[in-house]
Design a protein around this ligand. Structure first.
Ligand code: HEC
Ligand code: HEC
Ligand code: HEC
Ligand code: HEC
Ligand code: HEC
Length: 485
C-alpha cells in the first residue's frame, strides 16, 4: 500500500465521512427489539422480561427521582441516570435526560438484550463506560454458534462467565460515582476488592473458591438447547432472571403478565437469598449478672457486601425476641409491613440496621443521588482473600442485656429494598400513588438467618457459650477448629 502523502481532497473526505455516518446508523432495527429474540430464544426473553433490567426505565421510583433531579439541577443531571437505565436510547441519541421516555418505543428502554450482547469494550470501572459495536453481531460465550438468518454470532470474553472481563462488563454498570465524587453504589468495587475476582494462580480458569463472576452466581445454567432452531443441540441455557432484592412495583409489562413475572422473580430471589447471610444466636450469663443475648452475622454467599448496590435505599435489620417464660424480655425490629424502618430506628436505639447513611452538604440525611456529599456504610463485608472468608473480622456481633434469665430466643434478618419514606418523598412528582407502591414493597427474609435458641438446641462453643447457628454456617464453625477445607 502506498503511503498517503497528501491530505485527502475535501470532497473525498466528505464522502468517506458520509459513509461512516451510514455505518453508524447502527444495526438492523429489528435486532434492537427483544421481541425479535423471543421467536428463537423464548426462555431468555421471558426471564429477562421479569428482570429489573427490562423494567429499569419503567420503574416508578426511577422515573420520579430522575424527574426531580432534572428539575432541581436545572437539567445539569443530564443523561447521568438514563445512561444506565435506558442505555440503548442514550447510545442512539434518542434521549439526553430521560424526560421523553413516554415518547420512545418500549424496545429502547431498560437494559436490553441488544445492549449486553453488543458490548465491544469496557472503558472504565463505573457509571456505565460500556461501548457498543453497533453492528448486527450478537456476542456470547460460544465460538461455534449455529448460524441463523437473523444475526451473526461471535465469542466475547465480556459475555463469558469464566472470565474476569465478564465481571467488568456487569460491574462497571453496577458501580456509581456521583458528581460529588461519592462512591454511591459499589457492587463492582466490592467484588474487585474481594477474593472473588482473583483467579487461582495454580489454575487460571476461575474456580468457585478463588474466582467467581457476577454471571456465575447470578445466571445459573440448565442443560437444554439455547435456541428453538434447526440443528441446535443441548447446551447450557443461562438464567436471565438475574434476581437481586427488588421486585417490580407495577404491573410491568402489563396487568396479565406482570403478576406472573413477579411471582417467578419472587420464588427465584427467595431461593437465591436462602444461604446469603448466616446467623449465630447465643445466650450466655453476663459478667455482672443477668443474661446476654448475642447475635452474630456473616455475609455467606455474596461476591460483594450485603446488602450491596443501592445501599442508600436498602433497609436491612435484625428482628430479635428473647423470652423468660411468656414474657418477652428483648423485642427489637418486630415490624409490621406498613411500619417504616427509619421511624422504628428513631424509637429504638438498639435496632440493628445495615445500609448506607447518606448525607448532604448540610450534614442532613439525604436520599437524592445528586445531593449526596458523603456516605457512611454499615454493611456485612466480604473478605479480601479466600483464606479469610470466615475470619472473625468479617463477622458482625451485637449483644442485648437482660437482667434476668432467658429460656428461648429467636432471630431473623429482614430487608426492605426501598424505604417507605423515599416513596413519600417522591410522591409529589405526581407519577404514582404512594399507598399503592408501598403496599407492593415486600420485606425479604434472609432465609437461613431464621433460627431459634433453646437450651436443648444450643451447642457449646469455646468463646460464646451455648449458641445456635444457621445451617450454612457449618464451614465457619468447622474453621475455628481447622476442620473445614
Ligand atoms: C431466527 C432465530 C433467532 C433469532 C430471531 C435470534 N437468535 Fe440468537 N441464536 C440463534 C441460534 C440458532 C443461535 C445458536 C445456538 C447454538 O449454536 O446452540 C443463537 C445464538 C445466540 C447467542 C450466542 C452467541 C455466541 O456466539 O455465544 C446470542 C448471545 C444470541 N443468539 C442473542 C440473540 C439476541 C439478543 C436476539 C435478538 C436480538 C437473537 N439472538 C435473535 C437464533 C436466533
Ligand atoms: C458468590 C456469588 C455472587 C457473586 C460473585 C456476585 N453476586 Fe450479586 N448477589 C449474590 C447473592 C446471593 C445475592 C442476594 C442477596 C439477597 O437477596 O439478600 C446477590 C445480590 C446482588 C444484587 C442486589 C443487592 C442489593 O442489596 O441490592 C446485585 C445488584 C448484585 N448481586 C449484582 C452483582 C454483580 C454486578 C456482581 C459482580 C460484580 C455480583 N453480583 C457478584 C451472589 C453473588
Ligand atoms: C445484563 C446483560 C444481559 C442481558 C440484558 C441479556 N443477556 Fe443474554 N447473556 C448475558 C451473559 C453474560 C451471557 C453469557 C453467560 C455465559 O454463559 O457465560 C448471556 C447468554 C445468552 C445466550 C447464550 C446462551 C446462554 O443461555 O448462555 C443467549 C442466546 C442470550 N444470552 C440471549 C439473550 C436474550 C434473547 C436477551 C433478551 C431477552 C438477553 N440475552 C439479555 C447477558 C445478558
Ligand atoms: C447498562 C447497565 C447494566 C449492565 C451492563 C448490567 N446491569 Fe444489572 N442492573 C442495571 C440496572 C439499571 C438495574 C436496576 C433497575 C431498577 O431496579 O430500576 C439492574 C439490576 C440488576 C439486578 C437486580 C438487583 C435488585 O436489586 O434486584 C441484578 C442481580 C443485576 N442487575 C445483575 C447484573 C449482572 C449479573 C449483569 C451482567 C451479566 C448486569 N447486571 C449487567 C444495570 C445494568
Ligand atoms: C452506573 C449506572 C447507574 C446510574 C448512573 C444510575 N443507576 Fe439507578 N441503578 C443502577 C443499578 C445497577 C441498580 C440496581 C442496584 C441494586 O439493585 O443494588 C439501580 C437501581 C435503581 C433504582 C431501583 C430502586 C432502588 O433504589 O433499589 C432506582 C429507583 C434508581 N436506580 C434510580 C436512579 C436514579 C434516579 C439515577 C440518577 C440520579 C440513577 N439511578 C443512576 C444503575 C445506575
Amino acid at each position: 500500500m502506498t503511503p498517503r502523502l497528501l491530505p485527502l481532497p475535501l470532497a473525498l473526505a466528505a464522502t468517506l465521512a458520509a459513509c461512516n455516518d451510514d455505518a453508524q446508523q447502527g444495526p438492523p432495527e429489528a435486532l434492537l427489539d427483544p421481541k425479535t429474540c423471543e421467536e428463537c430464544h423464548p426462555k431468555h426473553y421471558r426471564q429477562w422480561l421479569g428482570s429489573m433490567h427490562a423494567y429499569a426505565a419503567d420503574d416508578p421510583i426511577f422515573l420520579a427521582m430522575n424527574a426531580r433531579g432534572q428539575r432541581e439541577t436545572g437539567g445539569a443531571l443530564g443523561d447521568f441516570c438514563i445512561r444506565c437505565h435506558a442505555p440503548v436510547a442514550v447510545a442512539l441519541g434518542k434521549t439526553t435526560d430521560g424526560l421523553n421516555l413516554d415518547e420512545l418505543p418500549q424496545h429502547l428502554k431498560g437494559v436490553t438484550c441488544y445492549f449486553c450482547h453488543n458490548v465491544e469494550s469496557v472503558e472504565g470501572t463505573h457509571n456505565n463506560p460500556l461501548v457498543l459495536a453497533m453492528d448486527g453481531i450478537m456476542r456470547g460465550e460460544l465460538a461455534d454458534a449455529v448460524a441463523n438468518e437473523v444475526h451473526e454470532s461471535e465469542y466475547s470474553p465480556h459475555l463469558d462467565d469464566s472470565t474476569i472481563a465478564s465481571g467488568q462488563m456487569c460491574g462497571s454498570c453496577h458501580d456509581i460515582v456521583n458528581g460529588h465524587d461519592v462512591h454511591l453504589e459499589r457492587t463492582y468495587k466490592e467484588w474487585v476488592d474481594s477474593f472473588y475476582d482473583t483467579p487461582d494462580p495454580a489454575n487460571p480458569q476461575l474456580t468457585i473458591y478463588f474466582g467467581n463472576t457476577c454471571a456465575r452466581c447470578h445466571m445459573f445454567g440448565s442443560a437444554e438447547p439455547i435456541a428453538d432452531y434447526e440443528g441446535v443441540k443441548s447446551r447450557s441455557l443461562r438464567s436471565h432472571m438475574m434476581v437481586g432484592v427488588d421486585l417490580a412495583l407495577t404491573d410491568f409489562p402489563d396487568a396479565e403478565l406482570g403478576p406472573q413475572l413477579v411471582a417467578e422473580q419472587t420464588a427465584e430471589s427467595d431461593r437465591q437469598r436462602m444461604p446469603s447471610v448466616c446467623a449465630g444466636l447465643c445466650v450466655r450469663p453476663a459478667d455482672g449478672g443477668g443474661t446476654d443475648v448475642v447475635v452474630w452475622l456473616h455475609n455467606e454467599a455474596q461476591g460483594h457486601a450485603w446488602p450491596s448496590g443501592a445501599t442508600q435505599d436498602r433497609r436491612a435489620w435484625v428482628e430479635l425476641e428473647a423470652f423468660d417464660g411468656d414474657a418477652a424480655v428483648v423485642r427489637t425490629g418486630v415490624l409490621a409491613d406498613d411500619e417504616p424502618v427509619d421511624a422504628a430506628a428513631a424509637q429504638d436505639p438498639t435496632l440493628w440496621v445495615f445500609r448506607d447513611y447518606a448525607s448532604n452538604a448540610d450534614g442532613a440525611p439525604e436520599s437524592m443521588f445528586w445531593n449526596i456529599t458523603a456516605t457512611e456504610p454499615n454493611l456485612l463485608p466480604i473478605a479480601a482473600e479466600a483464606g479469610l472468608k470466615y475470619d472473625k473480622t468479617t463477622w458482625r456481633e451485637r449483644s442485648w442485656h437482660v437482667d434476668g434469665p432467658v429460656d428461648r430466643a429467636r432471630v431473623q434478618v429482614n430487608l426492605r429494598p426501598i424505604p417507605h419514606e423515599l416513596v413519600d418523598e417522591l410522591a409529589d412528582e405526581g407519577l404514582f400513588d404512594p399507598a399503592a407502591i408501598k403496599a407492593r414493597i415486600r420485606t425479604n427474609v434472609a432465609g437461613s438467618t431464621q433460627i431459634e435458641w433453646t437450651p436443648d438446641t444450643a451447642v457449646m462453643t469455646d468463646y460464646e457459650g451455648p449458641c445456635v447457628y444457621s445451617a450454612s454456617c457449618f464451614c465457619a464453625l468447622a474453621n475455628e477448629s481447622g476442620a473445614c477445607e
